[in-house]
Design a protein around this ligand. Structure first.
Ligand code: RET
Length: 319
């Protein structure tokens, strides 16, 4: 009877994986917390999708990216709440504190799979807002992947060598932050004060939250200082701010910014400037074929007349 009412994830999915048991592991409270974060992530994702549907298809890019981030996180949190997606790793520092006493610690590798998918999307959100050139965006995403993979490998290493991977990851983070705080922020200025303000608000939040992740790693997977339940709360709060709070702020700030102003000339099913222009030039519509016309004033899509209110060109020459 008791069994049916409660969260039985730890009963069904124990702490033993491939014949090895993690003696430093989450409790039912940790599992409950992970499920709660899963619910918040999923709700946020549906809200972001709901807000996207109310916008024109060309204006949904930031909604879709941010909702995708929250959907992926919801699945990762479901996995951790279910006590799945971890492997027991021998700790480098054996502690006497009963909360972290033991030989093998539960390391959730699924966390890094989540970050591998979602952190590049968050970088994309920010760097597209700043109108950055795509090769720069790709290079920063590569640095981000290096950071996440180094964090994963370091977490799976038992010896002092784990800190070598940690150091590589920290260098990668510094490089990413330099690009966000300096290069992208300066570039955002070119697109008007509203775009710059949007970037500064979301970029500052990101910089503040992201530098807390290596601290969480240092006291959890790295130093075995805090219990897996506390690790769950630490990372959970960071992820909620980095994804849900960040996403809500970004989408709200983008409500009056036409993506075309940032160089994002997005086609729609019912019309395409490129083909429309080409057909006009070839005189196809003169022969009786109906070609849909776009009017920048009515659908918000750039017609090449420039960025309203900013004096900036409508097309980002960098992209
Ligand atoms: C690790 C350990 C290696 C060194 C550094 C790290 C930084 C991780 C960061 C993660 C950000 C995750 C986000 C997730 C939510 O979407 C891998 C912990 C520097 C910054 C924002």
């Amino acid at each position: 009877m008791e069994l049916q009412k409660r969260n039985n994830a730890l009963y069904y999915n124990g702490h033993t994986v491939n014949g090895r048991t993690a003696d430093i592991h989450i409790t039912r409270r940790g599992s409950d917390w992970y499920f709660a974060v899963c619910a918040v992530m999923a709700t946020a994702a549906f809200v972001f999708i709901g807000l996207a549907i109310r916008r024109h298809r060309r204006n949904r890019i930031f909604h879709y990216i941010t909702a995708g981030v929250c959907f992926v996180a919801a699945i990762a949190y479901f996995s951790m709440g279910s006590n799945l997606g971890f492997t027991p790793i021998q700790v480098e520092f054996a502690r006497s504190d009963p909360k972290v006493r033991g030989v093998y610690r539960e390391i959730f590798y699924v966390r890094y799979i989540d970050w591998f998918v979602t952190t590049p999307l968050l970088i994309l959100d920010l760097m597209l807002t700043a109108g950055m050139p795509w090769p720069t965006i790709l290079f920063v995403i590569l640095a981000d992947w290096i950071m996440i993979v180094c964090g994963l490998v370091g977490a799976l290493v038992r010896s002092i060598y784990k800190w070598g991977f940690f150091a590589f990851g920290c260098f990668a983070l510094l490089y990413i932050l330099y690009h966000l705080v300096w290069e992208s922020r300066r570039n955002a200025l070119r697109y008007g004060t509203d775009v710059h303000r949007t970037f500064v608000m979301t970029g500052a939040l990101t910089a503040l939250v992201w530098i807390c992740y290596p601290i969480a790693w240092g006291v959890s997977e790295g130093g075995n200082v805090i219990a897996p339940d506390s690790e769950a709360v630490f990372y959970g709060i960071l992820d909620l701010v980095a994804k849900v709070v960040f996403g809500a702020l970004l989408i709200w700030r983008h409500r009056d910014i036409d993506p075309a102003r940032l160089g994002l000339h997005i086609r729609d099913y019912d019309g395409d400037d490129y083909y429309t222009e080409k057909m006009h030039r070839n005189g196809v519509d003169g022969g009786g074929v109906q070609v849909p016309h776009h009017n920048g004033a009515t659908n918000g899509h750039s017609n090449g007349a420039g960025v309203p209110g900013t004096g900036a060109p409508s097309h980002n020459p960098n992209v």
